[in-house]
Structure formats: C-alpha cells, structure tokens
Write a protein that binds this ligand. Sequence first.
Ligand code: NDP
Length: 268
Amino acid sequence: MTDKYAVIGNPIAHSKSPQIHQLFAQQTGQDISYESIEASLDGFAATIERLRNQGYKGCNVTVPFKFQALQLATKPSERAQQAQAANTLHFNVGQIIADNSDGAGLIRDIEHNFGIALHDKRVLLVGAGGAASGVAAPLLHSGAVLTIVNRTASKAMELSRLLANPAIRTCSFDEIHSQQFDIIINATSSALQNEKPALSPGIFAHSTLAYEMMYGRETPFMKFAREHGAAIVTDGLGMLVEQAAESFYIWRKVRPETAPVIAALRQF
Ligand code: NDP
C-alpha cells in the first residue's frame, strides 16, 4: 500500500518538496505519495490531526508552522529541541516524532557537495530567525568557529545565549567590516524585499564560500558576494534537497542520491 506524506505551510504553492520527494521515490523504488497542503494560519494542529486520522505516515513543515510543529510533538529529537523548531514529523503508533533536518541539509551541502570541511572554518551566520537557529548548533558541532550577526542585535544575542557555547561571537554589522570569513551564510529573508544585509565588501576573502539560503534566483547578497571576490557563490537549492533527503531517511530508512535531483531541479 502507498504510504502518504505531505508538506504543510502557508503559503505552500511555491514548494519544490513534492517534486523532490517524487524524484527520491522513483530513484529508490519506495511506494510513497507526497502532496502539498496549505493549512489556515490557525489550523495547523487540526491539519496534523486530520492527517494522522487519515493514516499519513509523516509530513514536512514549513513557514510559519515550524515552531508549532515542535510543540505538537510527543517525542522531539535533540536536533529539533536545539533548533526550537521542527521541519519533519513522523507519525508512529500514536506518537508524533519531531525532528529538524535543516542543519544536516546545510552541512551536507557544504561539506559533501562543495567539498569544504567546516572544522576550524571562520563562519559568519547572518540572521537570527528560524533558519539561522536551525543551522547554528549543527555548524558548531561540525567544528565551525561561529560568528552571528543580525539586523536586530538582541535576537543574535538571544540565539547565542540559547546555544550556550562560549566560543560563539555575536556582533553588529559595523563591528565586522574589517574581518574576513571562510564561509558567509545569508540566513535572512532580505532577498524577499530585494535587499541584502548591511555587510561590508571587505569580509570576502579570495577563498570565501558565500551561501545564500534562499534558492531559485540570483539574490542581491549573491550579486554582492560575486562583485567583491567570493570564490564560490551559491543559492540554497542544495540545502533544500539535502534536508529533504534527511527527512526521507527519517521516514523510510533509505538514503536517496541527491546529486541527480539537484541537477534535475536546476534544469526546471
Ligand atoms: P525568519 O522570518 O524567521 O527570519 C528572518 C531573518 O531575516 C531575521 O533574522 C531578520 O532580521 C532578517 N531580515 C529580514 N529582512 C532583512 C533585511 N532587509 N536586512 C537584514 N536582515 C533581514 O525567516 P527564516 O529564518 O525562516 O528564513 C530565512 C531565509 O532562509 C528565507 O529566505 C528562507 O527561504 C530561507 N530558508 C531556506 C532553506 C533551504 O532549505 N534552502 C530552509 C529554511 C529557510 P531581524 O531579526 O532584524 O528582523
């Protein structure tokens, strides 16, 4: 029998997750269906209840429900607790198991797809919202030397406090104008306003990886990084596919090949 999965968000029409999971299913021979479902802003819990009653095996969760998804869990993973948010729910004999695959997706894209080991790398994480808090702990676990900067400085400080790691630095945009970083990750939603964070051009070294978490188009941050000498500039499509592969593995215990799926999505 076909096992049912879905991604839930609001809005959700833009989501590439159904396409990605269909490609994973074809490749691995797993008998699953995967659809996108838009929940009303006050209807997330009811949607999860309906899916469980209808025998769905799990779902992905995206903006703005990742925090609620963790609250609904009967069994949250350590990764979800550290991120304070869940993007993957697994419905298992009466339990709602919550996990967060965003951090693993980013790490795998950087380390495996780009071949850059994070250990001892100077990493600047720009942003302190949901995406940044999902990747900060996994970056630390990979051995990155982490600096967090955010437009609203108090949120960067709060994220750092929650991570409770004395090695993390938080600072304002003004304080980092003369430092260089090996990896600069734009985890802000600035591109949605066609803007970039207030970064100084001097932070890019000749070997810097500039990583934009948004995907699908060249953003102002990517253009800025290219113009100021970053060695590699990428969007977050690889992270998107890798976090999906991690979710697929959580549900099916089968790890799909991601490279052909990333390549296929770049064609569309
Ligand atoms: P949130 O709304 O939780 O956080 C937004 C963050 O962006 C805040 O830190 C906010 O700063 C900052 N910000 C917004 N506008 C600007 C601006 N003009 N200049 C500087 N900073 C700004 O969003 P998320 O964290 O959920 O998402 C962030 C991005 O990551 C999105 O583009 C999303 O698409 C992407 N993403 C990609 C994934 C992937 O798999 N590739 C997975 C998850 C997210 P402040 O605190 O000052 O408001």
